[in-house]
Design a protein around this ligand. Structure first.
Ligand code: NOJ
Length: 766
């Protein structure tokens, strides 16, 4: 009987799909992923499938399993094969290669009752096979077009290899450098974070301009982790976030909202609790805010076993209760936890979950499958030839190399020791555990990037100086965590014939990312010992730091001549860093997270509140102020900071008028930028404001605009910014978002601590 039923039902599905017509091209247009609810054509087709489905099959669509080919969390004991064969899986993640994915898709399409295709997901975070700098590093480029392009390339490589959906971008605001996941986001600022979220979503999902719709070149994206995952207490992963609704709405939520406005198709609920309610069970967050207030039409996936974790979180009695809390809160798909497939039929029968809730969740997931074109051709992402053509192409390598150079932040450069040009004739001792390393370069969450193929810094520098008068000597001197007197002596002896030392040091790539938290964010002791021995040689020292977080570089800042923060730079790391060292690229990156003076200052961020007892920075010792006894309150390097091989000036900051109305008005700000040096370069002009009086306390400064401008040596250019009255809006005492009248300060600055060009304006009541 079963064998007869399957083909009949499948034919019926096919008939209904066909009778509703083929999708028009523009139904696959990624830019439309947010507006499909208005698309009657898709809605009809989804309904035609839903009508054929049993309750269990609908819940199957709401179930995702990991192929376990690359584990990104605790391994679940369930083998997903039986579910796959019964048509009870909506999505599989961590499956890789066209061949492997085709095998699974074939089972879903050919051997299940309704033949509904599977959605294949993957953590494509900062590249798939071509690995770009970690997102935190890349955000330091302040180059939105670049970030959009690297996301596009990552999507193209993955979509060519059978993947349809990425769990990125991570848009969590990060103010705590101990937290290992700061590496995945865009740092501490809601304005910049929102812009980066939009660029990355657009890159992954495609611009929707209709240019490449004939083949699947893009991925469905995920805004994660909703919400405030970055506000984990003590920086400890998965820890509670205790924060006011004002802070949640004014600081943490804007980047998720921006991702939504860029059309993101899915969101991932975060692991943490916010003010006592785990996000996965938070109906206020996932339904009231996300769907009703913001109008989100896509679907929400749990973060891995986030639903099962409601039990240890102590809000669910057991896994069935957990599944009920999650589905009723608004989580449409269970990632790997198998709670929905195990318990929700029973919960519906027992009346604790409505059939309508299940229908809505299944509908949202099926809609995405239609939009991706999977119902029309379940194999459209699977094409070996395309996978070969679209992998690690020379153009991708070139973009990756540029992205490295654009992400490296020059933190210190005394006596212009850098760059070291090919003509300099210098002899350089190259030292440090990360100098000849390829394994760590990709950083965490590096997709299928081949760690053995990333270009070590030593190789990059060797190729760069080949045939020139610059001579290179090399000795590691230590591993990341260990050294011996012998190794140190070897490194010191390599410096004897050298004019200067370049040391590549930092973290193991595993020390950042998920569940990778540090309470001591200095360089490991072995490396500090090595640096001290190098310092005793008296030779100038340039330090290249590789890390997934801001480090405490206080000793290094005091004792070394130059510091280049290179993050984890990815596949083309060595080449991009060599371009900066040799002066073929003038560093332009600016920090997106403050670097603390020591771990005790954390959390530290530029847009803090003033307090009732603000500190006078010219005399921090005055008693009874919000200061420290044993350190300054200022960071070692502030948000927005970074040096170049040239210096820039900002002058003539002018406003087209001194006041504007609280709604539908704007002020135009102009400023003159000048490159005062003898090298061309890119300058990041940053516009900050301070709202002097609010119905709730206001941050010391807030970024409200920025522009990255190319200036030739000696060149001046005028830059202009537009401040709309809406740009000044915030959630005030009544928890409504609006612009409050009053006086504002404004700066066009080179970093968040630069007060040189200050002016003011007023916002009037209507
Ligand atoms: C857990 C992580 O928190 C999330 O970011 C990731 O997408 C999933 N695991 C899947 O790997």
């Amino acid at each position: 009987m079963k064998t007869i039923l399957i083909p009949i039902a499948y034919l019926l599905t096919a008939f209904l799909l066909i009778s509703c017509g083929q999708p028009s091209r523009d139904t696959q247009k990624p830019g439309k992923w947010q507006s499909y609810s208005g698309d009657k054509h898709i809605a009809q087709r989804v309904d035609s499938v839903l009508k054929l489905m049993t309750l269990e099959e609908k819940i199957g669509q709401m179930t995702q399993f990991s192929a376990n080919w690359s584990i990104t969390g605790p391994v679940m004991s369930d083998d997903f094969q039986p579910y796959l064969e019964k048509g009870l899986i909506g999505s599989i993640f961590n499956a890789t290669s066209v061949e492997g994915i085709r095998r699974m898709q074939q089972i879903a399409v050919d051997s299940t009752r309704l033949g509904i295709p599977i959605l294949f997901g993957q953590d494509v975070i900062h590249g798939y096979k071509t690995i770009f700098p970690i997102p935190l590093g890349e955000a330091c480029s302040w180059d939105l077009a670049l970030m959009q392009r690297t996301a596009e390339i990552a999507a193209l490589e993955a979509a060519s290899d059978g993947i349809n959906w990425t769990f990125a971008p991570m848009v969590d605001i990060s103010r705590d450098a101990r937290w290992g996941r700061v590496m995945e986001g865009a740092g501490e600022d809601p304005y910049l974070g929102s812009k980066v979220a939009q660029a990355r979503v657009t890159g992954f999902q495609g611009s929707g301009d209709g240019s490449r719709l004939d083949e699947p070149t893009t991925l469905l994206a995920t805004g994660k982790h909703l919400a405030a995952y970055g506000a984990a207490e003590s920086g400890r992963d998965y820890n509670p976030a205790e924060l006011s609704e004002h802070t949640l709405r004014n600081v943490y939520l804007p980047p998720y909202r921006a991702a939504l406005e860029a059309g993101v198709g899915t969101f991932m609920a975060s692991f943490n609790e916010i003010n006592g309610i785990p996000a996965t069970a938070d109906r206020w967050l996932l339904t009231d805010i996300l769907r009703e207030e913001w109008g989100f039409k896509g679907f929400v996936v749990s973060d891995y076993t986030g639903i099962n974790e409601l039990v240890p979180h102590s809000v669910a009695r057991d896994e069935q209760h957990a599944a009920e809390l999650a589905i009723n809160a608004g989580v449409d798909m269970d990632m790997t936890g198998a709670t929905y497939i195990k318990y929700l039929v029973k919960s519906v029968e027992e009346g604790r979950v409505s059939e309508k809730t299940i229908d809505n969740a299944a509908r949202r997931i099926l809609e995405m499958k239609f939009l991706l074109g999977l119902f029309d051709d379940p194999y459209r992402y699977l094409n070996e030839e395309r996978a070969r053509q679209n992998t690690m192409t020379p153009e991708f390598m070139e973009t990756a190399r540029k992205a490295v150079a654009a992400s490296v932040v020059l933190l210190k450069n005394d006596n212009q020791i850098l760059p070291i040009t090919k003509e300099s004739g210098k002899t350089i001792a190259l030292i440090g555990p990360l100098m000849n390393d390829s394994i760590n370069l990709n950083g965490e969450w590096a997709g299928l990037g081949n760690r053995n193929k990333s270009v070590p810094i030593l190789k990059g520098l060797t190729e760069k100086y080949e045939g020139s008068d610059v001579k290179l000597l090399y000795a590691a001197g230590s591993t990341i965590t260990e050294t011996t007197q012998g190794k140190i002596a070897e490194a010191v002896s390599a410096t004897r014939r050298a004019d200067l030392i370049i040391a590549a040091m930092g973290e193991d790539f595993n020390w950042s990312g998920e569940a990778a938290v540090r309470t001591d964010i200095r360089l490991p002791e072995s490396q500090r010992e090595l640096l001290k021995a190098l310092k005793e040689t008296g030779k100038p020292i340039v330090l290249i730091t590789l890390s997934g977080r801001p480090l405490d570089l206080s000793w290094e800042d005091e004792n070394l001549d130059a510091i280049l923060q290179a993050w984890f730079p990815g596949t083309q790391g060595g080449h991009g860093i060599a371009d900066v060292i040799a002066g073929d690229y003038n560093p332009s990156a600016r920090l997106v997270m403050s670097f603390p003076r020591n771990v005790g200052q954390i959390p530290i961020y530029y847009n803090q509140k003033y307090t009732g007892r603000p500190v006078d920075l010219s005399n921090e010792k005055i008693d009874y102020k919000s200061s420290y006894l044993d350190a300054s309150i200022t960071p070692l390097y502030p948000f927005g900071y970074g040096l170049s091989y040239t210096t820039y000036d900002i002058s003539d900051v002018k406003l087209d008028k001194s006041s504007m109305k609280a709604t539908n008005d704007k002020i135009i700000v102009t400023a003159m930028l000048q490159n005062r040096g003898n090298m061309d370069g890119d300058m990041v002009a940053q516009l900050y404001i301070r709202d002097l009086v609010g119905s709730v306390t206001r941050p010391i400064k807030e970024l409200k605009g920025f522009q990255k401008i190319n200036l030739k040596a000696g060149e001046s250019k005028q830059v202009s910014f537009e401040i709309l009255s809406e740009d000044l809006a915030f959630y005030g005492i009544d928890m409504k978002k609006k612009t409050e009248p009053g006086n504002f300060k404004l700066w066009v600055a080179q970093n968040s601590a630069d007060n040189t060009n200050e002016t003011d304006f007023r916002v009037e009541q209507q």
